[in-house]
Design a protein around this ligand. Structure first.
Ligand SMILES: CC(C)(COP(=O)(O)OP(=O)(O)OC[C@H]1O[C@@H](n2cnc3c(N)ncnc32)[C@H](O)[C@@H]1OP(=O)(O)O)[C@@H](O)C(=O)NCCC(=O)NCCS
Length: 177
């Protein structure tokens, strides 16, 4: 199942709408058991609608659909999505989103995505990757396996009476081999 992965940049409104549909699916499936229905509805409405994602893109975020090679002509569905923001001044790259559909987890796709994101970071002379992840999310362990370590615990007020109770994790960008 270790099919090559591609990150296809989201460049038009139709692709933004596809990612928004996938976001709803992944957040409903994965985050409701972790943070509850009410907070998921709040966060999807605030951060993961097509309008919210377009505003993020307009402010410097880059979204990608994650495809497995061979699927592009055979299926109209990607296996996940990712978003990054490059901060040139700080030489670091923020991984804002990395979500795979349930059927495509734990078979190496996440590791391949991270390698592609790290390659992008290297091309842009970033020396660090960072992300935030809910403290109760088992993916903390996955990121540790992928070379990240916990830099700090952070609690972010996101309005509506909700907070994001996260770890900030970091990974140095390794030089090209
Ligand atoms: C996090 C995510 C992108 C990782 O991708 P993946 O394809 O499942 O991960 P991989 O199969 O490449 O595994 C990478 C490593 O992490 C480990 N791992 C993966 N998921 C894990 C989990 N839930 N718990 C513990 N370890 C895990 C794997 O065993 C592997 O380690 P190894 O190579 O030393 O054996 C994916 O699981 C996902 O989309 N999860 C749901 C959404 C989410 O939490 N996203 C992150 C939000 S910040």
């Amino acid at each position: 199942m270790n099919e090559p992965i591609q990150l296809l940049p989201v460049t038009n409104a139709a692709q933004v709408a596809q990612v928004a549909r996938m976001a709803r699916e992944v957040w409903d499936e994965y985050y409701v058991p972790l943070i509850g229905r009410a907070q998921v509805d709040y966060m999807v409405a605030k951060f993961q609608t097509a309008e919210a994602m377009q505003a993020q893109i307009d402010s410097g975020y880059e979204y990608f659909q994650i495809w497995q090679s061979g699927q592009i002509r055979q299926s109209d569905k990607a296996i996940g999505y990712a978003a990054i923001r490059h901060d040139a001044a700080e030489a670091r790259l923020f991984i804002s989103k990395l979500y795979l559909l349930a059927a495509h987890r734990k078979s190496g796709a996440g590791r391949q995505c991270l390698e592609l994101i790290e390659r992008l970071a290297r091309e842009r002379a970033a020396t660090r990757l960072w992300l935030t992840v809910n403290k109760g999310n088992p993916s903390v362990r996955a990121y540790e396996r992928l070379g990240f370590s916990i830099a700090e615990a952070i609690v972010m007020d996101i309005g509506g009476g909700y907070v994001m109770d996260d770890y900030r994790m970091e990974k140095p960008v390794t030089p090209a081999r």
